[in-house]
Design a binder for this molecule. Structure first.
Ligand SMILES: [Zn+2]
Length: 307
């Protein structure tokens, strides 16, 4: 059974709650509890859950999922295990036609792959060896320490990413600053060669903190780059003190880029601070994440606690 959350596992008790939840929903439930006897309320809850399942099936058949604006309370689980009564009143069914009373339906991709619910309403799904995050309805190819790409994935920076960078570089130039891509796309094989070389120089432990294992490099997505600037300090943390970095901090999101490995966030991303590494995620998502002030992993709740 598709896993989804609902606030109705303890419907009759929620109706008794007073004062603690001033949300519109709670008010509606209280109104109902006055006009229906307890057995009817239980039946109403069951019908609401069933209607939610039917509603979810319709959404699945109708096409791609639609982001739900409602986030149900966590920690409650829906159940369809209860015995279904025959001859349910159609009057009650028509009465629960209010979408705000329905549990969140299961969410699927257009190919029917079930999405996992994450924090902040984000979801995650896997297809063809790729892991996608869906944040605020926008998709983002996920590649980090935990989630990798197939060895044959990628063949250069995507046209969209390259165009976005060109626009950003042109805007920086207007402000008197020169930036360029120091390192863009890297294939699985290239990453393997680089990684192996680092290990031979720095040893495994340090290499792990600053270089991705093959298949785990964001550079293989064709959506990430190490940015160099006329102010120097390429691939050095002092890059953060350059005028180019200051400009990027202010404007990168306007062009769809986020600083991926933020300062003091190696516990969340698995990488040291890399003021030069930018990831293209599209303008809307970049601005959302930039404004949140946290890393992608933190935003969706995939950040690993510090070991
Ligand atoms: Zn990089």
């Amino acid at each position: 059974m598709p896993k989804y959350k609902t606030g109705y596992s303890s419907g009759s008790s929620s109706a008794k709650r007073t004062g603690s939840r001033p949300a519109p929903q709670a008010k509606k439930r209280r109104r109902r509890s006055k006009s229906y006897a307890a057995p009817y309320l239980a039946l109403l809850v069951l019908v609401a859950v069933l209607a939610g399942a039917v509603f979810g099936l319709h959404r699945y058949l109708d096409g791609p999922p639609v982001q739900s604006e409602q986030t149900p309370p966590a920690g409650t689980g829906g159940s369809l295990d209860s015995k279904v009564e025959e001859g349910e009143s159609t009057e009650i069914i028509s009465d629960v036609n209010d979408e705000t009373l329905l549990p969140e339906p299961p969410q699927y991709t257009e190919d029917g792959i079930l999405m996992t619910n994450l924090e902040n309403g984000a979801k995650m799904y896997e297809r063809d060896g790729l892991t996608w995050l869906v944040i605020d309805g926008k998709e983002m190819l996920l590649c980090n320490k935990e989630y990798s790409l197939p060895a044959d994935y990628g063949d250069g920076l995507t046209a969209e990413c390259q165009a976005a960078f060109d626009q950003m570089a042109a805007a920086a130039e207007k402000d008197g600053l020169t930036i360029w891509i120091g390192s863009g796309f890297r294939s699985y094989d290239t990453q393997k060669a680089i990684h192996d070389n680092y290990i031979s120089i720095y040893g495994e432990e340090y290499t792990k903190s600053m270089s991705a294992e093959p298949g785990h490099s964001e550079h293989q997505t064709g959506l990430a780059m190490d940015i160099a600037g006329a102010g120097g300090y390429y691939l050095e943390q002092e890059f953060e003190n350059t005028a180019e970095f200051a400009w990027l901090s202010e404007h990168a999101a306007e062009y769809g880029f986020i600083l991926r490995y933020q300062k003091d966030k190696s516990w969340a991303t698995g990488y040291i601070y890399e003021p030069w590494h930018y990831r293209y995620v599209g303008v809307e998502l970049a601005q959302l994440l930039w404004a949140s002030g946290v890393t992608v992993e933190e935003y969706v709740g995939l950040a690993k606690p510090q070991e």
